[in-house]
Ligand binder design. Sequence first.
Ligand code: 3HC
Length: 690
Amino acid sequence: MSVDVWREGAVGFVKLNNPPVNAIGLDTRKGLIDAVEWAEAQDGLSRIVLHGLDRAFAAGADAREFDAPPVAPHLPDVLNRIEACDVPWVAAITGVALGGGCELALTCRYRIAKPGVQIGLPEVTLGVVPGAGGTQRLPRLIGLKAALDLISTGKPVSAERAEELGLIDGRADDPVETAHHLDLGTIELSPRVGNLERPKPNETAVEQARTLVRSKSTNQIAPARAIDLVTLSTTTDLPDGMAQERAAFVELRQGEQARALRHIFFAERGARVPRSLTADPGAFDHVAVVGGGTMGAGIAYAFLNAGLRVTLLETDAEATARAQDNVERIIAASLKRGLISDGGATDRRQRLDVSFDYASASDATLAVEAAFESMDVKKSVFTALQKHLPKNAVLATNTSYLDVNEIAATLDDPSRVVGLHFFAPAHIMKLLEIVQGERTSDRALATGFALAKHLKKVPVLSGVCDGFIGNRILAHYREVADTVLLEGSTPWEIDEAMVEFGYAMGPYETQDLSGLDIAHANRRRLDATRDPNRRYIKIADRMVELGKLGKKTGAGWYRYPGGAGKVEDPIVADLAIEEAHFAKITRREYSPSEIRERLMCAMINEAVGILEEGIAASASDIDLVTVFGYGFPRWRGGLMHYADQIGAKNILATLEKLAKEDALVWSPRQAIRDCAQTGTSFAQHFSGKK
Ligand code: 3HC
């Protein structure tokens, strides 16, 4: 049973018992109705103590049920029964109370939470609005402004903050025990939240919430609907408000955005050690990071944040000082943003040693190399690591493109080499590509996955190829963007088209941030192996020749006068016109939807190639890579989820049309033809279950 009931004297206990996180599904809803009926049938019961598991009081409605039509008893009706029950219920919030779990607590007459637990209504992050009274009861309890903040952002608060807001009545280390012995008069005097007065209107707060949602949750439907509903609580009685809330919830949960957000939510939870990988991971309490540039410093800081001891290795005293400064800058920024305390900063500094002597890392059991992207440099770093670190240490490379097998071949034991591809800034970005070389041992791989878990990152397994999963897709995105640039559009138009799609910024603004020199060096690396029949567009090379390396030089694809916002640079258009002239291309205008169609189809075609070759294991792994590493809009569910919305047939038709312009770039992958023919989705075709 997912709900247990019992009584001790005059006190009834109702325990939600649906591990791991007490998601409230049909069984729990039925169990709660039974519990109400049980309580009302008891003689002399003074209260019900409602509690859950240590990990979760309740994590909300069971989102796995959202794909199917709702089945009675519905949660709002269940919660109304609890609120109306003759016997008062006290919520003993033993673990997180989120979504429907928080709404459940709101129908109790009194709420006591364990210090530190998270409480909130994160429904908008799943593309829905609270659907069991949250938008109507919460503002009645804590006022309109605070309710708007919580519900429209979906951000939970700690028990401490919840008490300040009046969301809970108190905190206790043992909330069940406290609720058990709480003075009965106090409980009886505490009103039913649904009976409280409507909150006072507050137009300023509503406008502020709308402005925030427009900037932070652009294109998303649920947050704006949530604001409408919370605002409705100022003018409507509870039953009417709840009816409108429920209608919005049911409509949204079957919509495309909610489906996409659910998909990513479950894909993220599913990103863990593959079942076939049973080896024990190696230890990683002391990690050596080689290279203290932006990337290496970010990686070192990510380790420090996770409580590990770090030796950051550089080449000489000067580079060591620079590396130290780079980490210090991150510590200072974290302090400024209130992410860490002074004590936390000191603790991190104490666990960091920056050195140019590899011997100082001689007891490190894991090393992550984040040195300059050159095969020779990597080989010499790995040779030094082999010499100084223990024989069984796992040695990882953070290379973005280079061949992990070639790096591994420099070692006596190549099986201890694995790719760990972090994304900048490494202490913030959640994606970690774990690259399996031909000889990588299961132990090294398992270490990568264990590390990802420890760092709270999303691990995705990748095979070896140029750019692995993410950068290989990115290369095709950029290639086609450059083609559109050559043939008629400006960086501004291309970027705008992608921002309208939902990216925070388009490909050119992104390159201006990362620096045009990085992609340039990569193109030079590929010169020797590039297919001579494939069109090579020189505009980016010419930008680099002009010293336009991006924001750091004041100009790249855009100019940044006075370090401020981007403005168009006419030189870029001139270069494009000139290059088009040399290539005998008659330029033409591309509409934003044509631009999007090309960039999306290029990425989808390449992603399917990556799946066909077994470089990525499943379509949802591609979704995780694109969302957590490359800014693909989460509410679109990732590249392959989006591809399934368009449908293989339509993608095939577009690729076949474009292949008439350039077969080398656009020829559709076989699996797209197969899916189009059989009507199979990419998610099914590449489910990863072989
Ligand atoms: N529905 C279904 N399954 C859920 C779930 C939910 N609401 N919340 C978590 N789970 C599942 C996860 O998928 C995972 O399953 P798995 O083991 O099979 O992969 C398992 O529970 C454990 O989850 P986590 O790995 O995320 O465990 P953590 O301890 O790291 O985190 C958590 C726990 C903080 C509760 C986190 O899971 C979470 O944020 N859950 C979602 C909370 C949420 O958004 N609730 C609102 C739901 S919508 C709603 O309530 C509508 C209502 O208003 C009508």
